[in-house]
Ligand binder design. Sequence first.
Ligand code: AHG
Ligand code: MN
Ligand code: MN
Ligand code: MN
Length: 320
Amino acid sequence: MTSQTNVISNDLIPNDLFPVIDALCAVSIDVARVIAKGPLGQSLAHQVGENSDGDGQKALDVLADEMFAKALKSTEVRWYASEEQEDAVLLNAAGKYALAIDPLDGSSNIDVNVSIGTIFSIYETKDGAEESFLRPAKEQIAGGYIVYGPATALVVTFGNGTMQFVLNPESGKFELAEKAMTIPQTSKEFAINASNYRHWTKPVRAYIDDCLAGVEGPREVNFNMRWVGSLVAETHRILTRGGIFLYPSDGRKGYEKGRLRMVYECAPIAFVIEQAQGRATDGSDPILNQAAETLHGRCPLVFGSAEKVDRVAAYHDLPE
Ligand code: AHG
Ligand code: MN
Ligand code: MN
Ligand code: MN
C-alpha cells in the first residue's frame, strides 16, 4: 500500500494515478521549502557534476532527483527516467507506469530567486525502458509541471483539459484553482533567447525580424519580448496570458535540434499546451506526433497561442 500523503485531493485526478500525483506534490512541497530558504539553507547552486546531456548539474538538480525517485519508489512507477540520470531506473518492478522527469527545470535561476520548476510525463509502462519512453508523445496518459514561484502551482493534464492546483500555504495542500485552463488566442508577447540570433535558420530569423519590426502579416503589432530561462515559467505565463515560445534548432554544435529534451521537457509541455487549446510543434510538425530517438534526445520547440504557432510554420514554407 503506498504511503499516500493526500496533499492533493480532488476527484479530477484519475484514481489509479492519484498516488503518483500525490507523491509528486508531496515532494514538491519539500523542494519548495528548500528553495524558499535560499542562501540561508544548504548551498543549492554550486556545480556538483555534469549530466549525460552535457548540462552542468547543480546541487539542487541532484537533490531534487533523489527526492522524487525515493518517493516514487513506493508507487506504481516501474521505470523512472530523469534528466539527471543517464539511463532509466527500475523503481517498482511490478509497477504499471513509466515516468519521465526534469526534477529541476531552470537550474541557471536557482541562485537568483527566479521561478524554477519540475516537469513530468507519464506513460503506461512497457517491459523495457526504451520502449516505454521512446514512443509518440501523444501516448502520454499524464503530463505537467510544478512551478516554484511566488506561488507553488501544479499544472497537469490527463487528456481531458489542463488543470491548475495551487499550494495553499495555510492548509499545506494543493487546491484546485482552475479546472480548464485555456490559452488566450492572441497576444503581443514572444519568448526566445535573442542572443542566439546569428545561429538561427532563415525562417526563424525572418519571423523574429517581423516581430521586431512590429509586423504580423498585414497588421502592425507593437510586440513585447520575454525570456526567463525557466521553461516552466515561460509556459505558465503563456498559458495564462498567451504568447509564443521558441527554442529552435540552431547552428551551434549540439544545438542542431535546439536545447530542450523531448522526453521530459517538450512532450509534457506540448501535452499541457495542446490540452489548453494551444499548439506545440518543432517549428512545423506537432510535437505530440513525434517520438524521441534516445532518452535525452533534443527537439526544437515552438508553442503557445495556436494562431501564432501556425504563423511560424508558414515561415518554414518560405524558400531557404
Ligand atoms: P534545465 O535547467 O532543466 O536544464 O532546463 C533549462 C532549459 C529551460 O528551462 C529554459 O527554457 C532553457 O533551458 C534556457 O536555455 P538558455 O539558457 O539557452 O536560454
Ligand atoms: Mn539541466
Ligand atoms: Mn529543463
Ligand atoms: Mn533540469
